[in-house]
Design a protein around this ligand. Structure first.
Ligand code: ADP
Ligand code: MG
Length: 195
């Protein structure tokens, strides 16, 4: 389990922030882990702001909701620049579904962290084709802390790191839930329909 670092106490210098990335396949618990970290920051009386790409309207316009129905209020954004505008004087910035945002998110996260904020970014590390997704690989490079979480392969019960698409669309973005995707291990992902 990730233990929050605390670099900010008892120093006379201006506090310094950092970037955390939580990545993995669909159903791996990224949103759950993001919500857990943000709730702990709230318990520590830190000011928290949460963002998600406006494209992700799966359950609720303003809430970030995990598959087990944990939720937290968020602000939808169209570009990563908007996060800089809306972050204000908060202590902690949370971003979910970061794979759908633009590559400028790297610069945005660096700016937020350098201005003293803790930045927690969650997102899919691979798309359905097993390719690195959007700004995620770049964010993993610049982050101080990277946590890869795993789902359970629905075919064989192994550790799963792939989001297997059950429908034939080749579009990179196809928002859907249990119906369109399943978590699979390397073997069952590679076997495809034969698994
Ligand atoms: P993510 O944001 O990574 O898509 P969530 O945090 O929304 O994941 O949901 C994680 C939850 O999904 C788990 O706690 C579990 O209840 C549920 N779940 C459904 N299918 C699976 C699976 N194949 N492997 C693991 N968890 C699953
Ligand atoms: Mg999620």
């Amino acid at each position: 389990m990730f233990i929050e670092p605390n670099h900010n106490t008892k120093h006379s210098q201006p506090r310094i922030g950092w970037v955390e990335v939580v990545c993995g396949s669909m159903f791996s618990g990224k949103t759950e882990e993001l919500i857990r970290r943000l709730n702990r920051a709230k318990i520590a009386r830190q000011k928290v702001e949460i963002f998600k790409p406006a494209i992700d309207k799966r359950y609720h316009d303003l809430d970030i909701v995990s598959h087990n129905e944990n939720s937290i209020r968020s602000t939808p954004v169209n570009t990563s620049e908007e996060i800089l505008l809306f972050a204000g004087d908060c202590d902690v910035v949370g971003i979910d579904e970061a794979q759908f945002l633009d590559n400028n998110l790297v610069e945005v996260c660096n700016k937020l962290a350098s201005s003293g904020k803790r930045v927690i970014v969650a997102g899919l590390d691979m798309d359905f084709a097993g390719k690195p997704f959007g700004p995620m690989p770049l964010l993993m490079s610049i982050a101080e802390y990277v946590t890869k979480v795993h789902a359970v392969c629905v075919v064989c019960g192994e550790v799963a790191q792939y989001s297997y698409r059950k429908v034939t669309s080749q579009d990179k973005i196809l928002l859907g839930e249990t119906d369109s995707y399943e978590a699979r291990c390397r073997r069952c992902y590679t076997l495809g329909e034969l698994a």
